[in-house]
Design a binder for this molecule. Structure first.
Ligand code: NAD
Ligand code: IMJ
Length: 258
């Protein structure tokens, strides 16, 4: 049976009630995990208040600001895990960012700064977090990140994010190889398109979602809850033999040729 009782899970990437990370946090909580939350702080403290209110039903025992571009905040996040929990079992990496101007038009026009920023936030942050988590996962552990098909095939306008996701999927494999001897498993979930803050800001996303509804074997898109359930599985002992993998939760879309 899927049971995460006694496991401590740090979840990154909740921005609002549509975030995939919110679906994941709820399913981990439903399976009995103790939840810790990190959020991207803003100047006015608005994000903090909003996310604290949203996540209250999960009674998180940890709630910390963490902008992955800020070394002090990253270090402080894992120091808090050490101080309050003493160890860590589950780390959910569910964040990505590229400048809006990079997600439209010619890929070849990607700027040097835009390329660096997208890969720093969306890709490098996974290795950074894994490096902090490694000494805390003293009883083994599970790390899960979120990727997208645009990292292995060309999707219009995904552009530099495709390069970031290709790097992210390879980061999963290198981390899985390194952390295997500590019994830390590292996997990715490749989710089909879901309407969230990060996808709704994209021009034409509704048309892309309709295309998936027509082509995918299940004839629909997936939900945050379905991604959350697959994540809970990967974090559980039921998945004890699985590491270094990319699991597609996409209603079957990626198998289709036509
Ligand atoms: P979202 O906007 O709800 O989540 C993105 C998160 O990234 C936000 O919580 C934001 O605060 C965080 N973030 C951005 N920059 C950050 C930084 N510097 N430091 C810390 N956090 C930062 O959107 P989402 O769709 O739930 O995205 C979550 C993940 O799922 C992303 O990796 C995305 O690529 C992936 N994904 C999304 C879809 C989709 O269709 N929505 C499909 C496949 C994969
Ligand atoms: C993003 C761009 C282009 C096509 C896209 C997407 N499709 C999907 C997404 C088809 C499903 C969403 N996705 C998988 C992402 O990883 C999105 C990442 C993202 C979104 C934004 C929007 C707002 C912004 N920066 C962003 N950075 C990354 O300013």
């Amino acid at each position: 049976m899927l049971n995460l009782a006694g496991k401590k899970a740090l979840v990154t990437g909740i921005a609002n009630n549509r975030s995939i990370a919110w679906g994941i946090a709820q399913q981990l909580h439903a399976a009995g995990a103790e939840i810790g939350i990190t959020y991207l702080p803003d100047d006015k403290g608005k994000a903090e208040r909003k996310i604290a209110e949203l996540t209250e039903p999960l009674s998180p025992s940890l709630f910390v600001p963490c902008n992955v571009q800020n070394d002090e905040q990253l270090e402080a996040t894992f120091q808090t895990v050490q101080d309050k929990w003493g160890s860590l079992d589950i780390l959910i990496h569910c964040l990505a960012f590229a400048g809006k101007e990079e997600l439209t038009g010619d890929f070849s026009k990607t700027s040097r700064a835009g390329f660096s920023q997208a890969l720093e936030i969306s890709t490098y942050s996974l290795s950074q977090m894994a490096s902090f988590a490694k000494p805390l996962m003293t009883n083994g552990g599970s790390i899960v990140t979120l990727t997208y098909l645009g990292g292995v095939r060309v999707v219009p306008n995904y552009n530099v994010m495709g390069i970031a996701k290709a790097g992210l999927e390879m980061t999963v494999r290198y981390l899985a190889a390194e952390l295997g001897k500590e019994n830390i498993r590292v996997n990715a979930i490749s989710a089909g398109p879901i309407r969230t803050l990060a996808s709704s800001a994209i021009g034409g996303i509704l048309d892309m979602i309709h295309h998936v509804e027509e082509v995918a074997p299940l004839g629909r898109t997936v939900t945050q809850t379905e991604v959350g359930n697959a994540t809970a599985f990967l974090c559980s002992d039921l998945a004890s033999g699985i590491t270094g993998q990319v699991l597609y939760v996409d209603a079957g879309y990626a198998i289709m040729g036509m």
